[in-house]
Each structure stands twice: as structure tokens, then as C-alpha cells.
Design a protein. Structure first.
Length: 329
């Protein structure tokens, strides 16, 4: 059962019903509601997992209840919403403090799962890098690319006044967020992999691979990253008896690679990673994934990627031609 938010009494009752029915639950905690029920509050009520980070820093506050918002804050202005969101961990208890340890231990006691989806906010740390990612030209659908551009009303399109100060806030935010996630993993907690692509310059598929990189940046070693992306995700969903690891009796859905992704997760991108071919002296794009096997079907990944590139190119050509047409009187 997926939640976004509700009045606390309704949320509590719904979670109690989920628990009674044996349903697992996830929540993207609404920013407007985290002062009334943060991630630890809902975990105490029976919530089993949380996406993103909303509600976690609020559970770590030890000298305030409400985030210190700037005067004139307007949640409906996406710039205000996301620039202020990058300041939440800076106002929380410090790593290693009594409050930090107590909150983390309580989440562990509740067997709570975090699905951080760090990739979706990655552009906030360096918008120029994310905007110019290698795959946008060939793989990002034109209408999605237009949606990513600065706009007053578009969700996640707040780049009309993003500053280096905002990026520094988010870099600090990630440092603290990652410290919590890595320590939680080291103390036996479950951290899974997700993306929430489709916003903020994150393209589907590519955003998921970026999440693997960000978990490694947080301190997970490559095998721990793959564990979060496979078995632990299956455990969260309660389907680890059927899938999530390569074992006799489980579904044999596999990714077949001709490069070792443990050496560099960038090899998993549809573009591959830029490498120098010493034999030719020329740069080349090396891509690891060759086949996916799903429900007995073997799919050729390079062929599928070529089809997708053609589709994006064709759509761009159609839109370019349409733009040349005279405007009706």
C-alpha cells in the first residue's frame, strides 16, 4: 500500500488496517505533514518503508519541531520548496549524537526500510552536470526534455533561480543523508534501490543506474549496492522466496553482462562509459549489458537501445518539421 499523506488519525488507522491484513506499506511523506507525523511516527504506527528522505530529518530534530523556513516561504513555488528542502538535515541532530543514535536504533528495532531515491535530487547538487548527461541527446524523449526546462508551474522545473548557494546546501544535505544511510546499513538496517525518474533531469533507466553510483558514494561497497538492488528489494516486497537472488527454485530472471559492473557501475548505462581503446588509440563507449532474460524470453539489449535511439531521433525530426510549418492566420 502506497501512501503520500493524510490527516494523522486517518493515516494511523489505515496503517493499522494494513498491518492487520499483512500488507507492507510505503510512504512519500508529504512535506506539509512531517511536523505532525515524521517518518519515525509512521514507522511506530506500522509503516514498513519510506521513499525519499522527507520525515527522516524531522525525526532527528532535537532543538526544534518545525524546520526553520525563510520568511515568505511558499510551498507552491517550486524554488522555495526545493531550496528549503536542502536545508533539513543541516537543522537535525549531528551524526553520532545521542538523538541520532536513539532515532536510528528505533528504526532498526522496527525493522524499517529506507528507499532513498537519491538520484531524483542529484541535479540539486550540480545542475549543469546533470543537465548535460551523456544520454539526454539520444535517449531522453523530447517532451520530457521540454518538461525539465525552467518553468514557474512545472514540478521539479525550478531552475530559473538556482544558485551555487542552493547547490552547496544540497551537497551538505547529501553528506549527512548518506552518513545516516551508510550507518543504518552497517548496523543491519535495510536500504533499497529506487529512482523516481521523470523529473529533475532524470531519465528512466539511467536514473536507476545513477542510484547505484550514489549508494556507492554513500559508502556502500559494490556488492552491498547490488544487495540493495536485488535481494533486499525482494525482502521488502515479501517476494524473496521467489526472486531477488540466483538460487535453485527461484525465478531465473537474469541480466547477462560481458563487463564486470563491480568495477564501475557506469558500464551499466545505456550509453556505456567512455574508455580509451589502447589498440586503436581512440575513445570508445563500452557498455556491459548484453541480454536480459525475463520469464524465459531472451532480449538483446543493444538492439533494444538502438530502437529507442531511432524512436527519439524520429520524434525530434517530426517536431522539427512541424516547427517549420506556417502558423495559421
Amino acid at each position: 500500500m502506497k501512501f503520500f499523506g493524510a490527516p494523522p488519525a486517518i493515516m494511523k488507522a489505515a496503517l493499522e488496517e494494513c498491518r492487520g491484513l499483512g500488507l507492507r506499506s510505503g510512504c512519500h511523506h508529504a512535506q506539509q505533514a512531517v511536523t505532525r507525523m515524521n517518518a519515525l511516527t509512521t514507522a511506530e504506527w506500522g509503516l514498513t518503508s519510506a521513499e525519499h528522505y522527507y520525515g527522516l530529518p524531522e525525526a532527528l530534530y532535537d532543538n526544534r519541531i518545525v524546520q526553520s523556513y525563510p520568511s515568505g516561504y511558499n510551498y507552491n513555488d517550486e524554488y522555495f520548496r526545493f531550496s528549503s528542502a536542502g536545508q533539513t538535515f543541516q537543522q537535525a541532530a549531528e551524526p553520532g549524537s545521542a538523538k541520532w543514535n536513539a532515532v536510528m536504533q528505533r528504526f532498526l528495532d522496527l525493522d524499517f526500510t529506507f528507499v532513498p531515491t537519491m538520484t531524483i535530487y542529484d541535479a540539486n547538487r550540480d545542475v549543469m552536470r546533470t543537465r548535460r548527461a551523456d544520454w539526454h541527446d539520444s535517449y531522453t524523449w523530447p517532451s520530457m526534455w521540454r518538461f525539465f526546462q525552467p518553468a514557474r508551474g512545472g514540478h521539479g522545473s525550478y531552475w530559473f533561480r538556482w544558485t551555487i548557494g542552493n547547490e552547496v546546501d544540497w551537497k551538505t544535505h547529501y553528506k549527512l543523508w548518506m552518513a545516516f544511510l551508510n550507518e543504518y546499513k552497517n548496523r543491519g538496517g535495510r536500504v533499497c534501490t529506487g529512482s523516481d525518474s521523470g523529473f529533475i533531469f532524470q531519465t528512466f533507466g539511467f536514473g536507476y543506474v545513477r542510484e547505484l553510483e550514489l549508494l556507492q558514494e554513500a559508502g556502500f561497497n559494490p556488492l552491498e549496492v547490488l544487495r540493495s538492488a536485488t535481494l533486499q528489494g525482494a525482502e521488502l516486497l515479501g517476494i524473496d522466496g521467489e526472486t531477488g537472488s540466483v538460487e535453485v527454485g527461484k525465478r531465473a530472471d537474469l541480466l547477462v553482462l560481458d563487463e564486470n559492473p563491480l568495477e564501475d557501475f557506469k558500464l551499466l548505462y545505456g550509453t556505456g562509459a567512455l574508455r580509451l581503446n589502447d589498440a586503436t588509440g581512440q575513445p570508445e563507449w563500452r557498455q556491459a549489458l548484453r541480454h536480459t532474460i525475463r520469464a524465459g524470453l531472451v532480449l538483446d539489449v543493444p538492439e533494444l537501445l538502438a530502437d529507442l535511439r531511432r524512436m527519439v531521433a524520429d520524434q525530434k525530426a517530426v517536431e522539427a518539421e512541424a516547427a517549420k510549418a506556417p502558423t495559421p492566420a
